[in-house]
Design a protein around this ligand. Structure first.
Ligand SMILES: *Cc1c(COP(=O)(O)O)cnc(C)c1O
Length: 323
């Protein structure tokens, strides 16, 4: 990846003249079955450019109450687009369509215009679970019936694809726009892509510039992204490692794990006894790192730089200090 970055052919991408960025955007668009794509520095910028391009000030955006766009993006839909998010519990569950139906209000002088539905796949706070394509299809159909645009936060859409054994485009046909990350499991240092129709990407490109995301010789980053896309099949190894880790951790008294929710490279464990902060500290001192998902919840993630031996080491440590 470093070699590809050093050798990248570059130009000024603000003027649309960087051949490596153009190649990455074309490859990305085709992977998710959309007309065009836009290279952005981060997933958050991709999601926010999408919210801006789909909505007007005062609109309402419906998202799962645990969705990244609502939970982890610094309130930027309100800060930047001036929209309000309607958080819906269990929107990304099998009962999602009923939840969405109940949340959508008829036109009325008192209500904001509901303009956008945001989905997420895989669902990070859901434990890296896959939202099945049929589930997305049902939500998409209802959104279209009610005149909403649909954006997919597909930061980890290739994890969903690899775990399900179907192409990413089988999911992304049920959205108007999709963002996916090259960082995270695909292991690029920087970058995400936003994809959609040509007209939508043209609008999003203006917003990317407004958000400070217009980059010049960005081909050095896009070259890393092109290498990252080749890693998609290897995500299966991350999933396998997560499964082995989850099964080992689930046997410990102080952790409770729903193994049916361990579908990709994420494990969410409930701490029984110690707090998440205590678990994170005691494992962290021994080089096993995880993050808090709540006062009694920790998240473990496997990735390119965690191999089988590391999983065995993590389990030895956890058995030793957590019991
Ligand atoms: C990481 C992540 C993002 C945002 O990506 P950044 O590059 O960290 O801004 C968005 N959505 C989900 C589900 C993520 O996991």
């Amino acid at each position: 990846m470093r070699r590809a970055m050093a050798r990248a052919e570059v130009g000024d991408d603000v003027f649309g003249e960087d051949p490596t960025v153009i190649r990455l955007e074309e490859e990305a668009a085709s992977l998710v079955g959309k007309e065009a794509a836009l290279f952005v520095p981060s997933g958050t910028m991709g999601n926010q450019a999408a919210v801006l391009a789909h909505t007007e000030r005062g609109d309402e955006v419906v998202a799962d109450a645990d969705a990244h766009v609502y939970y982890y993006e610094v309130g930027s839909p309100a800060m930047l687009a001036g929209v309000q998010i309607r958080p819906v519990h269990r929107l990304l569950s099998p009962e999602g369509v009923d939840r969405l139906k109940a949340a959508l209000r008829p036109p009325d002088i008192h209500f904001p215009r509901t303009r956008l539905l945001c989905l997420e796949n895989t669902f990070n706070r859901g434990g890296g679970t896959v939202v099945p394509a049929e589930g997305m299809a049902a939500l998409y159909a209802l959104a279209k019936e009610r005149g909403l645009a649909v954006h997919l936060d597909g930061a980890r859409i290739f994890n969903a694809a690899v775990a399900s054994g179907i192409p990413a485009a089988a999911f992304t046909r049920y959205c108007d726009s999709v963002m996916f990350c090259l960082s995270k499991g695909l292991a690029a240092p920087v970058g995400s892509l936003l994809a959609g129709t040509k007209a939508f990407i043209e609008r999003a490109r203006k917003y990317r510039k407004a958000l400070g995301g217009g980059m010049r010789q960005a081909g050095v980053l896009a070259a890393a992204g092109l290498v990252a896309l080749k890693r998609i099949p290897e995500l299966a190894g991350d999933h396998h490692n997560a499964r082995v880790l989850a099964e080992g951790l689930a046997a410990l008294k102080s952790l409770k794990i729903d193994l049916s929710a361990v579908q990709t490279n994420i494990i969410v464990a409930e701490t029984v006894g110690p707090t998440s902060a205590e678990v994170i500290a005691i494992l962290g001192e021994r080089g096993v790192r995880c993050v808090a998902f709540g006062p009694q919840l920790v998240r473990f993630v496997t990735h390119k730089d965690v191999n089988r031996d590391d999983i065995a080491y993590a389990l030895r440590v956890a058995r030793g200090v957590l019991g």
